[in-house]
Ligand binder design. Structure first.
Ligand SMILES: Nc1ncnc2c1ncn2[C@@H]1O[C@H](COP(=O)(O)OP(=O)(O)OP(=O)(O)O)[C@@H](O)[C@H]1O
Length: 433
């Protein structure tokens, strides 16, 4: 992890994307820095220090997931989000919670490969180009022909041409070994055959040149990575830097209402070892969860944190409360955060040579509308801004082609015209906003 990521620096970085919620930002910043601190300790002490997991309490759409996801991104850490209620569904067996660790391992593998892809990009692109040229013009083509095709491939003019290439066989039906509960029991037949014969089975497939390019670069990159090394590094990363976001923990905290669904207390019990630290078998090898950071979250409208099993409460010692977002917060979300919705729409419509110009009064009016609908229909937090913006700009989005070269000024009157009637009518806004 980057030395310069001090708690203050982390909060500053989160501030660029998330409005308010300072307590939650501080808590995650400290949790992240503690990992860095732990790495500096002697091995004996390091093993003793377990992460202080966090419980975020706050209504829907107020930034709980966003803070956690941004934190993971900042630290380049593997991150998974899981709904705790998923495990109460029919068909659930206790071991399924271990899938969380397996998903984290998968995510770590994806990150590790992405990291390494840069280093092999040039070689992989060159090999992919050779294979693509061979498929298009054959082995015996002259250098001039190859060059001219290469040119056309590079400028994208052949993207939609169909080509038949020999690629590694797509994963065949995964075979599940009974009793293994998914995960390690899943064996890919073509992998097995590939391993047995020392290479992956190849298959001829027809596809668009653009897709063939992606597939070939992918294959050539994979070939150039030491897969055992990737797995080793990824597992280490998942174990020491992984972050698991456990949403809707409050929904499994309420005392049991039996009837078809799995016991909620049972799910809490199953989650405990994972959070306390256990070893889960993944297809890349055993993975310890002792140092994975768990961020649990819930609205806790009905259940209270004290309704959770005492052991689980103890495992989530840091409690932070997030506030419901107000009209003022919405104004800031729309105008101050990085790559905010207003900027996104301006850029999107801008690609059609139409300029969108939002006045500050319009932004205030949009925020007011979102806050009103949240109050009158249901409070879904900042998610409301998405539906409101979409409705507001529905027309321009559709007929931008007729407005090339013009500027559309979105002022208070424009907002009133497009949204006024809807926002005032709770029945209508239920469906539309
Ligand atoms: N405080 C905030 N500042 C900026 N954007 C926010 C804020 N809160 C939420 N958003 C935006 O709203 C959307 C939903 O937020 P998020 O996923 O964090 O909700 P949540 O609190 O985790 O709710 P849930 O528990 O329902 O998942 C995201 O697109 C996020 O960017």
């Amino acid at each position: 992890m980057n030395d310069s990521l001090t708690p203050k620096a982390i909060v500053r970085a989160l501030d660029e994307h998330i409005v308010g919620q300072t307590a939650a930002k501080k808590a995650v910043a400290v949790a992240l820095r503690n990992r860095w601190r732990r790495q500096k300790l002697s091995p004996e002490l390091r093993d003793e220090v377990s992460p202080k997991n966090i419980l975020m309490i706050g209504p829907t759409g107020c930034g709980k997931t966003e803070i956690s996801r941004r934190l993971a991104k900042l630290a380049d850490a593997p991150f998974v989000k899981v709904e705790a209620t998923k495990f109460t569904e029919v068909g659930y067996v206790g071991r399924d919670v271990e899938q969380i660790a397996r998903d984290l391992a998968e995510e770590a593998i994806r990150l590790e490969k992405e990291r390494r892809r840069g280093a092999v990009r040039d070689a992989a692109s060159k090999a992919a180009m050779d294979r693509l040229l061979k498929a298009l013009v054959g082995d015996g083509a002259s250098e001039a022909t190859r060059e001219s095709f290469k040119q056309r491939l590079s400028d994208g003019s052949m993207n939609d041409v169909e080509v038949e290439i020999e690629v590694e066989d797509a994963p065949s039906m995964p075979m599940e070994i009974p009793g293994m509960g998914g995960g390690i029991g899943m064996i890919n037949l073509s992998d097995m055959m590939g391993k047995a014969f020392g290479k992956q089975a190849l298959k001829r497939r027809k596809m668009r040149v653009a897709d063939a390019w992606d597939k070939l670069v992918d294959e050539e990159s994979e070939k150039r990575m030491d897969q055992d090394d990737v797995a080793r590094e990824a597992l280490k990363n998942a174990e020491t830097n992984g972050i698991v976001f456990l949403d809707e923990i409050d929904k499994i905290a309420v005392s049991d209402v039996r009837g078809g669904s799995v016991s909620r207390e049972g799910v809490q019990r199953d989650l405990l070892p994972l959070i306390e630290g256990t070893t889960v078998a993944t297809k890349y090898g055993p993975m310890k969860t002792d140092h994975v950071l768990f961020i649990a979250s819930g609205a806790f409208h009905v259940a209270k944190p004290s309704d959770m099993l005492p052991e689980l409460q103890g495992r989530l010692p840091i409690r932070v409360e997030l506030k419901a977002l107000s009209e003022d917060d919405f104004v800031r979300i729309l105008s101050e955060t990085r790559a905010n919705l207003v900027e996104q729409y301006c850029a999107l419509i801008g690609t059609e040579q139409v300029t969108l110009d939002f006045t500050p009064e319009a932004i205030r009016a949009i925020a007011r509308t979102a806050a009103q609908v949240n109050e009158s229909v249901e409070n879904i937090g900042a998610r409301r801004l998405q539906t409101v913006m979409e409705k507001l700009l529905e027309e321009v989005s559709f007929d931008a082609e007729d407005r090339v070269g013009t500027t559309v000024t979105v002022d208070e009157a424009y907002v009133a015209e497009k949204l006024g009637g809807l926002a005032a009518n709770a029945d209508l806004s239920k469906y539309i906003l």
